[in-house]
Structure formats: C-alpha cells, structure tokens
Ligand binder design. Structure first.
Ligand code: NAI
Length: 386
C-alpha cells in the first residue's frame, strides 16, 4: 500500500518501511565513515529500536563490530495499520548487520518482565557466552510488575505548578502553558518506571547467570538541561527518576567490584525522539537550541552522540566523566555561549519571529525522519509491503 504520514498531536500513527530503512542506513554509514572503534564485542541494548538505543546498537555493531542483542517493545503491522517505526528499524538493522557478518538478535517483548529477561539470557548463554556492555535506553510510559500492578510515568513539576511559553506544534502559536504539579503517588510511580530498579534487575540477573564479562560496562541515559526546563524536567517527576538512575549506577559499580564492572550515567543532548516530543514546553527549547547549535556548527543527532560517546568518552583508553562520575554528551548543548544565545532567544520569542529564531524545519525534519518520512531518496508514491 501507499503509506503517508498521519500526525496526531506529537505522534505520527504511521511509519514508512523504506524510510525507516533509510534512517538506519544513514546512521550505519555515519559510523562506518568514522572508522573502527576498539570497543566491546558483545553488547546487550535494552530499548534498542529507536532514538538513543538504536543509535547505540548501530555504533556498537558498525563501530566496534559487536554482536548485539536488542530488546524493544514495538507494534507489528496488522491489516492496513503499519508497524511502529522501531519495528521497521529493527528489521532493517538486523538485515544490515547480517550482511556485515555480525550477529544480531532482537526480542520484541516487554523488558520489564522477568520472562523477557530470562529469554534474553538464554539467548546470550547459547549464542554469545558473556556480555561486555549493557546499554539501558528505555523510555516507557508504564511498567507492569510481576504481580500485575501497573505504574505510570508522568512528566510533571513537583510542589507547584509550572507556567512557561509553549509552542503548539499544530498551529505554530506560542502561548503560555501550565502544568499542574504531580502528587507524591505520581512521583513514586514515575521513579518506578523510569528509575534504576529495572536496570538493576537486568544486571543482577546477568550476574546470577554468570553472563557478565570481567570489566563489563553498563550505561543508562539521562538528561539535565537548562534551568529553564528544571521545573518540568530536572526537578520534576522525570528528574527524580533520573536521580534514582544515577544512584543505581553508583550502587551497581559498588555491588560488582569483584568482577570490575562499571556502571555510568551518560547525560545526553536534548533531541527529538518519540519520548522527548511528548514533554510539554520542551519542544520550543529544542527548536531554539537546534537553530543556535546549527549556526555554531555543533549540532548533533542521536548517532553523532553515541558515536562520540563510544569513541571519545568510553573506549579511547580511559573513561572521561565529570566529577560526579557522569559521562557528559550534553557538553556542547550546555556550553555557555550556546545557552546564553538560546535563552536570549527564548525571552524574545513570539508567534511572529518563531520561524526566524527557531529551527522549525529542523525539528519537523527530525520528527518526520523518525517515522521514515521526508527522505528525498525514498519514493513515497510507490506501493510498499508493510
Ligand atoms: P525512544 O522513545 O526513542 O526509545 C525508547 C525505546 O524503549 C524504544 O526502543 C522502545 O521500543 C523501548 N521500550 C519502551 N518501553 C519498553 C518496554 N516496556 N519493553 C521493552 N522496550 C521498551 O526514546 P529516547 O529519547 O531514545 O530515550 C532513551 C533514553 O534516553 C531515555 O532514558 C531518555 O530519558 C534518555 N534521554 C533522552 C533524551 C532526548 O532528548 N531524547 C536526552 C537525554 C536522555
């Protein structure tokens, strides 16, 4: 059938198989062009089908020549409904990896469940032996625990409501948006979903089954951002979950000193992904930041970020962290000149100068690309098998 984008709010309900393949191939080409990385050879990626997790998987495979196991939770096509982009991305990734002689196995199941973990460990035991790197890149709206209890993650401030400028993606109107504060119950549930508990469960289960190599490394992704977004991010519900994630990194490193495993948080750059476009107020900051970083020639996407993480921060001889033991891939985003210019624009932005000060095109290009649309070399008038 002919697949067209169908946008509802901050999400596109269709995905284009050929476009998703193009998105994967471009990322593979980027990493290959940069050459081989002396990195891990057996890598498990949890949340491997889109955004930072997909880019990490591509970097591990095509930079380090690693065998990879990816976990994701994606929708298959049914009837006239396309699959989700992560489903097509994963198919394309697996095909490209196999063509390159690399082992690639994917499990499309709920990563929070014990059964999924056991399945992954059976595959590791049988086909890989031990794992040298685990990347935890889940962004999930909810988590169901073994007892059937469902926890929801919310993006809200804590203590008091937060009002700021917001960009309506449909009408291009800038108006003030207000987000009501979270209840304590909502804070706790968000930590349960997006905090470090499940990451710790994965690592402990791998260790129990003796599937971690000596000196293995594990990374989970976090975000800090500017003070402007602190109420809705860093000091909000998601920020609490990220602080828990950071504490988990310290705990994991301590717990597994006997095998020399190190756990890190990598603080990444703000980028348009399915998870981040759902955060209120933040898209306007993204569009301003994109413009400023592009003008300065330092803009990066997910693949540039993960490639740099592997090449420069993790596997260049020594791990480069800040004084809180965090890897900082947000170094360019948080550079003083970048932040000053972004904030200057933030103060003066309104409907009439929006397209001049903010990179609306860049935002939308990234958004469409995520769903496999907007690539000039893909023929969207052609019938495709979904
Ligand atoms: P994304 O939405 O592109 O990717 C989420 C991944 O998690 C997908 O592979 C999805 O299939 C998988 N997933 C979701 N629920 C699952 C479940 N129950 N079981 C198995 N897989 C599941 O998100 P993005 O933005 O790449 O986020 C990944 C991590 O990076 C998150 O921790 C996020 O907070 C962090 N991060 C994101 C930034 C951004 O601006 N996008 C900035 C800094 C950190």
């Amino acid at each position: 059938m002919i697949v067209e984008p169908r946008i509802k709010g901050f999400i596109c309900t269709t995905a284009h198989p050929d476009g998703c393949r193009e998105n994967v191939i471009r990322q593979i080409e980027f990493v290959k062009k940069n050459g081989i990385i002396n990195g891990p050879k057996k890598v498990l990626i949890i949340g491997a089908s889109t955004g930072y997790g997909l880019a990490s998987r591509i970097t591990a495979a095509f930079g380090c020549q690693a065998d990879t196991i990816g976990i994701m939770y994606e929708r298959e096509a049914s009837g006239k409904r396309t699959a989700s982009p992560g489903w097509y991305n994963t198919k394309a990734f697996e095909e490209e990896a196999r063509k390159a002689g690399l082992y690639a196995y994917s499990i499309n199941k709920d990563a929070f469940l014990r059964q999924t973990k056991e399945e992954a460990m059976d595959v590791i035991e049988k086909n890989l032996g031990k794992i040298d790197m685990i990347i935890y890149s889940l962004a999930a709206p909810r988590r169901t625990t073994e007892d059937g209890q469902v926890y929801e993650s919310v993006l809200k401030p804590i203590g008091e409501k937060f009002s700021e400028k917001s960009w309506n993606l449909t009408t291009n109107v800038i108006s003030e948006a207000t987000i009501e504060p979270a209840t304590q119950e909502e804070v706790d549930q968000t930590v349960k979903v997006m905090g470090g508990e499940d990451w710790q469960d994965w690592i402990r289960m791998l260790a129990e089954r003796n599937l971690l190599s000596n000196g293995a490394v594990t990374i989970a992704y976090s975000y800090i951002g500017p003070e402007l977004t602190y109420p809705v991010y860093y000091n909000g519900t998601i920020g609490m979950a990220k602080k828990h994630l950071q504490k988990t990194a310290q705990d994991l490193t301590t717990e597994f000193t006997s095998i020399g495993m190190k756990a890190y948080i990598s603080v990444n750059k703000a980028l348009v992904t399915q998870a981040s476009s759902a955060i209120p107020i933040v898209p306007l900051y993204f569009a301003l930041l994109y413009q400023v970083m592009k003008e300065k020639g330092i803009h990066e996407g997910c693949i540039e970020q993960t490639d740099r993480m592997f090449r420069e921060k993790l596997f260049s001889g020594r791990v480069i962290t800040d004084d809180e033991n965090r890897i900082r891939l947000d170094d360019l985003e948080m550079r003083k000149d970048v932040q000053e210019e972004t904030m200057r624009r933030w103060k003066m932005i309104h409907c009439n100068n929006l397209s001049e000060l903010a990179d609306l095109k860049g935002y939308w290009d990234d958004f469409y690309h995520m769903f496999g649309f907007g690539f000039s070399n893909v023929d969207y008038t052609k019938e495709v098998e979904i």
